[in-house]
Design a protein around this ligand. Structure first.
Ligand code: ZN
Length: 264
């Protein structure tokens, strides 16, 4: 049926420069066009190879259609029973889109919204780090503001920078875990490694701590970039500890369990 309607929709437009076939089914109902294959008689002009292929396609698509006296009804193609549902509409909306790795965890982690937004942009590499600025033809700092050695990318700042690595290592140790490998790779990959340092029951607390540490590293980078103010690692660790306590008081109960595990 859809093929016939598509065919009908072409009745007034040229298909391309080489197609001279004309399907004039204007004014015909679907029932009238189907009866005794009346639609075939509406085709006129020379039939090019593409037009012939479409003709056969339509022929096969509608050859088994039998109309009944039942009244027409709307059919929602995204559900098997033909009924509309918001769930299927939402899924249809995202058909063909590519999910971003780690994006679900970002919105599930207990962290202030501004931290989640930072993570969202960081995972998508949308922060205005030196590499991105260069890509857009803007001036950019030659090296990372934290280590002053490597080129700056968001993955470097948060994961692979020697400054960040020391912070991750000391935070893991303070929380009773042993970091046996250097933080490396993309942010989402390092996040996965980080949360696996603790038993699964502490994973959500580890997620909050990950968000907090990444956020403090980013803030330190910005302080150095925009204000020329550098804070050393012991002071940042103290800030992270204080912020973690505030987050727990504000409702980050899984983070509280992770911290309590060490204290207890
Ligand atoms: Zn660095």
């Amino acid at each position: 049926m859809r093929g016939l309607k598509q065919l009908a929709s072409r009745s007034t437009t040229a298909m391309d420069n080489t197609t001279i076939v004309c399907w004039n089914v204007r004014g015909l109902t679907v029932a009238e066009a189907l009866k005794d294959r009346h639609w075939v008689r509406t085709i006129s002009g020379g039939v090019t190879a593409p037009a012939a292929a479409e003709y056969l396609q339509v022929w096969h698509a509608i050859e088994d259609i039998v109309l009944t006296d039942a009244p027409d009804r709307l059919v929602w193609r995204w559900e098997s029973d033909g009924s509309f549902s918001v769930r299927s509409a939402y899924q249809a909306l995202h058909l063909g889109s590519h999910p971003i790795p780690g994006c679900v965890r970002i919105w599930e982690v207990w962290a202030p919204l501004k931290v989640k937004l930072f993570l969202w942009l960081a995972v998508r590499r949308r922060q205005w780090t030196a590499d991105r600025r260069r890509k857009h033809g803007l001036d950019a700092h030659d090296t990372c503001f934290l280590c002053d050695q490597e080129p700056e990318t968001i993955d470097h700042i948060i994961v692979e920078c020697s400054f960040a690595r020391q912070l991750w290592f000391e935070a893991a140790t303070a929380l009773g875990a042993t970091l046996t490998e250097q933080p490396a790779g993309a942010i989402v990959d390092w996040w996965q490694t980080w949360r696996a340092l603790w038993p699964a029951s502490f994973a959500r607390g580890a997620d909050s701590m990950f968000a907090l540490i990444a956020w403090e590293i980013w803030k330190e980078r910005n302080a150095r970039c925009f204000r020329g103010a550098a804070t050393q690692i012991p002071a940042i660790k103290a800030t992270i500890k204080l912020q973690a306590e505030l987050w727990v008081q504000a409702g980050a109960k899984h983070l509280g369990c992770l911290i309590q595990r060490v204290i207890g």
